[in-house]
Ligand binder design. Structure first.
Ligand SMILES: Cc1ncc(COP(=O)(O)O)c(C=O)c1O
Length: 448
């Protein structure tokens, strides 16, 4: 067994392609629909808010897409990210399992989000766009896009979910440093925001509402496009650098994972780590692949696989996905980036076909695991990532019960340096757990 606990790659080993699973799927995905005509979406339907090169990637039949040189130059600022073996956590759990984690928190914004933000800013710049509008939950995506826009000379407007805007002022300041303007959502800058404020003046906001605001902003300004931090195929695609690197690093460790785990909001960090392994599973039996979501917003485990809008104001195309209903406003859990009513249609398709699994946890057991992780491995995880840690710990405890070795690989999608107030609530015993909010979901489901 290797003595190493850290597996690093040279710049020359950073992947220079994104891997695209679309042409390999056993069955094609249900197409997105035009909300007016209910006909499958034509690429031109997306042209008012996305540049054509990203629209092509959304539907691309190519198994690999070259990463442009300008994007590679920026990736080299922090990629390749390290893979660690969590030996101290293993010892604390007294488990025969080997726990590996791919740490995406070494990016300038502190998460995996810049992997797609840089690509999206690049293609928009090439298309002559001046400004990008977007939503952000916890602020990780907003800060990633603020940085990416600044690096390519674009302006950036971020609609930040109200509850996170209040809980995470330092994320907002970080976005300001990178030159973005930031509004709490729902805001009075858009019709969508004003509508929500009229009905619910103290709305905590949600990703669905913030997406409506950003899409409306982009659709009503010809020099402005929209950028989405998760959910869509091209975002999943850009994140595949994570899994490609992890596969090389696991080879360096001389082990194959038995289970691959990621937390799940819209699906992008999970997809990034998992998709290269899903592709492998088509030719040989590989790992189980497990998505982990909050019980307060359980789209994969309690949602319906149906056509629904990606946003609250019904401005987006209809996507076939696991959804809790576009009207569902999740409780204000600390993992703000996991408060999304829907899920990536691609990852939903894989779940529907039994190629991946999903489970959910309330936030206290996730913080238990995150604190144990911080006290053994040292890194203070983002509350979102704590869901993946909880599942990894439970896999390791199961291996202990069975007295059998198991190789566990999870994505530590970000650090929690701007989430310290959440840790303080946890340490003071003030965290509230929200079980499946059945009635609210039933009501929102009725609107699908
Ligand atoms: C650190 C971190 N992990 C995970 C997520 C969830 O998003 P996704 O499911 O697209 O990876 C977010 C979203 O903001 C995040 O900030």
């Amino acid at each position: 067994m290797s003595d190493h606990s850290k597996y690093l790659l040279a710049d020359s080993q950073i992947p220079n392609v994104w891997v695209n699973i679309l042409p390999s799927l056993k069955e094609p995905m249900a197409p997105p629909l035009n909300p007016q005509t209910r006909a499958p979406l034509a690429p031109e339907d997306l042209a008012p808010i996305f540049p054509m090169e990203l629209i092509e990637q959304e539907f691309s039949p190519k198994p690999e897409i070259d990463i442009p040189g300008e994007v590679m130059d920026i990736y080299r600022l922090w990629r390749a990210t390290p893979l660690f073996r969590a030996k101290r956590l293993e010892a604390a759990l007294d488990t025969p399992a080997h726990i590996y984690y791919k740490y995406e928190g070494t990016s300038p914004a502190g998460s995996h989000k810049p992997n797609t933000a840089v690509a999206q800013a690049y293609y928009n710049k090439r298309a002559g766009i001046k400004r990008l509008a977007t939503e952000t939950g916890a602020g990780q995506w907003g800060s990633a896009l603020s940085l990416a826009c600044h690096l390519f000379g674009l302006e950036c407007t971020v609609y930040m979910v109200r509850v996170s805007y209040d809980q995470k002022p330092y994320r907002r300041m970080m976005m300001h440093v990178w030159g973005a303007e930031v509004f709490p959502s729902p805001s009075d800058h858009t019709n969508a925001g004003r509508g929500v404020l009229a009905a619910t003046p103290d709305s905590p906001g949600s990703l669905g509402i913030a997406i409506s605001e950003a899409v409306e902003d982009a659709a009503t300004h010809s020099d402005t496009n929209y950028a989405l931090g998760s959910v869509l195929n091209h975002v999943m695609l850009h994140q595949t650098v994570i899994g490609q690197e992890a596969k090389i690093q696991m080879q360096m460790a001389g082990e194959d994972p038995d289970v691959v785990i990621g937390c799940f909001g819209g699906g992008s960090n999970f997809a990034g780590l998992a998709l290269p392994y899903v592709l492998d599973n088509y030719s040989r039996k590989g790992p189980r692949i497990l998505a982990v979501e909050p019980s307060a917003c359980p789209s994969l485990t309690r949602g319906r696989f149906a056509y629904d809008f990606g946003d609250t104001a019904k401005l987006t195309p209809l996507l076939k996905m696991y959804t809790l209903g576009h009207d569902f406003v999740p409780p204000g859990i600390h993992a703000g980036g996991l408060r999304y009513h829907g899920a990536s249609p691609l990852m939903s398709h894989l779940l529907q076909h039994g190629e991946i699994e999903a489970k959910s946890y309330t936030q206290t057991p996730c913080f238990d695991a995150a604190v144990q992780f911080a006290r053994t491995e040292g890194i203070l995880p983002a509350p979102e990532s704590s869901h993946a840690i909880r599942a990894a710990v439970d896999e390791a405890l199961e291996a202990r019960e069975e007295g059998r070795q198991r190789n566990i690989l999870f994505c530590l999608s970000g650090h929690g340096h701007f989430d310290l107030a959440s840790y303080e609530s946890y340490l003071q015993g003030k965290l509230q757990d929200y079980e499946y909010p059945g009635q609210d979901i039933e009501k929102a489901m009725a609107a699908i």
